[in-house]
Design a protein around this ligand. Structure first.
Ligand code: ADP
Ligand code: ZN
Length: 720
């Protein structure tokens, strides 16, 4: 008897009869469950306690390597840390299509022997292609297309043995990566950093290193040295990137450095490729994987290194389903398999900064930009005396700076962190603001799509002609700037300039976006208008000016990380300027030039900013110096959701037992999403207390009505 954990929402593993030859702990199996067959993993010895003759048998053992003990351990730990049921964790770890299928084969075609009975033009072309490409094998489609013939021509040649048809496994290993292929000469500072990272491999022990370096200092170059060292040890490396759009550029770089492309894992990868990646990671046929946060749950055979690039990026926090921080879970994963972690960033999260301060992480600094590139000069533009009309956002000083770049043939970037045309549409007759029907959010006009879009739930509708409230026609007007509206103003102010807009929602595919980025890098634009997307690591050598339209935007709101986020974003954006030989400048438009965060950004006193921010958080007992959990209750029934919130707040015994405090219930910052009312409670505790256990006990006290959803977010990042 063995216990099998399945991906079905059951509260525990179920007992099954093992097959005749027995099975390994961790084996992937298919088991009957009710009328269905489901995938599971052998989790331990059977628990017994029921009539053994009634136990059902495992249907079959899947033809993939068993789940390693460290992986099972990892899933258990993430499960208890994030208070997520284990079956849901297993689902994350088995996100490969056709996992249960036998290894599938495909037909491939090679040169056979002899001559065809009758030579035709088409036949000759097929043979020529096969000869030209030597021993290479083709699929039927590839061969027919390359030769420009129909597939029946190939089939005819197969019948005569002139072309050979073979079966070959569909999931091929990834090409070999050569650790020393495109070795670059490192600067002294880079070399010292690389040496330190390489040495960490020699000990064979887990460590986490914060690799902090200004944009363009060669962090990537340096951590690729660690990848090289990892490959030389025969272990697998994983590089996590915050944005799919960055993958293509990064894979090119891997190819230049290691002579071949790495395996890819993210939502934009085809099902066939996902399946190949999952299998090859398990079998050892993939040595470097580049991916999104879910790549942490791939079945690595021998994971030796995890790099988290742009480790401060908020997209590493998964905000639906299993709520976890990929940065923190990468550290956990690595600590379980004696791997190295490198957290790379120009503007680390306060968490990582504090962990380095306390000695929990090592820290390596790259202080200068590579080559001739210099850090940009940063200046604030005080917007108070500018007196711009309500429909204009580019100040005169910024306009002049852009103009002078255009004359010199250099590029400018105008940054605004708001998608769409205008964040608010107001009726000038009655003052009504158009909101989403399902959420407590205002609709954002997207002129490009000719629609109003809710950025909360994605709901959209055509721009109305009349006000939905007072029904007066033609008085609806946009208020505030979005990236599209800024593009409009830019086109008017610089009629002869070529303007390119970079916003994630303007591109249908990652490929279209990549093309646009390539064109910009090649100089096919004078002015780039961009959202957050441009802050993330793209390289534009001609860019020498960055204008931040509204540096105050992130400073509003009550988020405890508001200052940190603004600081990171502004420095990242400014870091885009002057990456090649030309010196760059960054101009920040602000109505509060005296604000401490704005001053810290301008003075470049990073350590000073972090010290100050750390002191404030420590005094308030909030992360990273205290712990927090956010509990969101949601239901279509507004009364019920408040009642249960209040009941939870009252019955706080289990929390008081660990000296934790509960705040709320309060309407969540977004009080309604998709028609569900949302109420939030916040729990604050000291570090080192068993918070999760207390939370489970606490929420376990109430009976949940069926239409109530309760989600617990440990270490919440976004307070929505
Ligand atoms: P970061 O990741 O810190 O932003 P990169 O590693 O991307 O920096 O380096 C910035 C640019 O400088 C890249 O184009 C990179 O190829 C180049 N570069 C950095 N270090 C070297 C080096 N030692 N030799 C050649 N080029 C380098
Ligand atoms: Zn909505």
């Amino acid at each position: 008897m063995v216990a099998v954990l399945t991906t079905q929402p059951l509260d525990r593993p179920l007992d099954y009869k093992a097959p005749a030859g027995g099975c390994f702990l961790g084996a992937f199996v298919e088991v009957p469950l009710g009328p269905r067959r489901v995938i599971g993993v052998v989790w331990g010895a059977g628990l017994g306690g029921f009539d053994l003759s009634k136990a059902r048998a495992i249907s079959r053992i899947l033809d993939v390597p068993p789940m390693a003990e460290e992986m099972r351990d990892f899933l258990k730990k993430v499960s208890s840390y994030t208070i997520t049921p284990l079956p849901q964790m297993l689902r994350l770890a088995t996100r490969s299509p056709g996992l249960g299928d036998p290894p599938s084969m495909r037909k491939i075609y090679r040169l056979g022997a002899g001559e065809p009975d009758r030579q035709t033009d088409a036949r000759q072309r097929v043979l020529q292609v096969l000869q030209e490409y030597g021993g290479l094998a083709f699929t039927l489609k590839e061969l027919a297309e390359t030769a420009g013939v129909s597939s029946s021509v190939v089939k005819g040649l197969v019948k005569q043995g002139v072309v050979r048809e073979e079966n070959s496994p569909r999931d091929l290993p990834y090409p070999h990566l050569e650790p020393d292929f495109g070795k670059v000469t490192l600067s002294a500072e880079q070399d010292a950093a690389a040496k330190q990272l390489r040495n960490a491999f020699e000990t064979g022990q887990y460590t986490t290193t914060l690799l902090k370096g200004v944009t363009g200092s060669g962090k990537t170059e340096v951590y690729l040295e660690a990848v090289s060292a990892c490959l030389k040890k025969g272990r697998q490396a994983l590089v996590l990137l915050p944005e799919i759009a960055l993958t293509a550029e990064f894979l090119d770089r891997v190819e230049r450095r290691f002579g071949a492309r790495a395996a890819e894992w993210h939502s934009g990868v085809t099902l066939t490729e996902r399946r190949r990646c999952w299998r090859m990671v398990a079998e050892g046929g993939a040595s470097l994987i580049v991916g999104a946060r879910s790549a942490l749950y791939l079945p690595f055979r021998d994971l030796g290194l995890v790099v988290v690039d742009e480790e401060h990026d908020t997209s590493y926090k998964q905000e639906d389903g299993v709520l976890y921080s990929a940065r923190d879970m990468a550290v956990l994963r690595a600590s379980l398999c004696s791997a190295q972690v490198i957290l790379a960033s120009a503007t680390p999260s306060l968490e990582s900064w504090a962990n380095a301060e306390s000695g929990k992480y090592k820290r390596i600094d790259l202080t200068s930009r590579f080559g001739a590139a210099e850090l940009p000069e940063m200046r604030a533009i005080d917007m108070r005396p500018e007196k711009l009309p309500g429909s204009r956002w580019i100040s005169d000083p910024l306009k002049q700076a852009v103009q002078s770049r255009i004359q010199k043939g250099e590029q400018s970037l105008l940054f605004i962190n708001r998608r769409g045309y205008a964040p608010v549409t107001i009726c000038r007759a009655c003052g009504h603001q158009i909101g989403c029907d399902h959420c407590d959010a205002r609709m954002v006009e997207h002129r490009f799509l000719k629609r109003l879009v809710c950025h909360q739930c994605g709901e959209s509708k055509p721009m109305p002609e009349v006000c939905p409230s007072c029904e007066v026609e033609g008085r609806l007007a946009p208020v505030g700037p979005g990236v599209e509206r800024l593009a409009e103003e830019t086109a008017e102010s610089f009629p002869d300039a070529r303007v390119a807009v970079l916003s994630s929602d303007l591109f249908g595919s990652a490929r279209a976006l990549k093309e646009q980025i390539g064109k910009i890098a090649a100089g096919e634009a004078d002015i780039i208008i961009g959202t957050q997307l441009v802050a993330k690591g793209h390289n534009f050598p001609l860019l020498t000016l960055v204008g931040v339209i509204d540096a105050d935007l992130g400073l509003q709101g009550s988020d405890l990380r508001a200052a940190e986020r603004t600081f990171q974003l502004m420095r990242q954006v400014a870091g885009r300027a002057g990456r090649a030989e030309k010196k760059g400048a960054a101009l920040l438009q602000t109505y509060q030039p005296e604000h401490p965060v704005i001053r810290a950004i301008l003075s470049g006193d990073e350590e000073g900013f972090w010290q100050a921010e750390a002191r404030e958080r420590e005094a308030a007992g909030v992360p990273p110096y205290g712990r927090m959990a956010g509990i969101v209750l949601s239901s279509p029934d507004v009364q019920a959701v408040f009642d249960i919130g209040a009941e939870l707040a009252r019955r706080d015994g289990p929390l008081r037992a660990i000296d934790a405090q509960v705040f709320g219930p309060a309407p969540a910052p977004i009080a309604r999403i998709r028609g569900r009312h949302r109420v939030r409670l916040l729990v604050k505790a000291a570090k080192g207390v068993p918070l999760q256990q207390a939370l489970v006990k606490w929420v376990g006290q109430i009976r949940q009505p069926h239409n109530l959803r309760l989600s617990i977010d440990i270490d919440p990042q976004n307070f929505f």
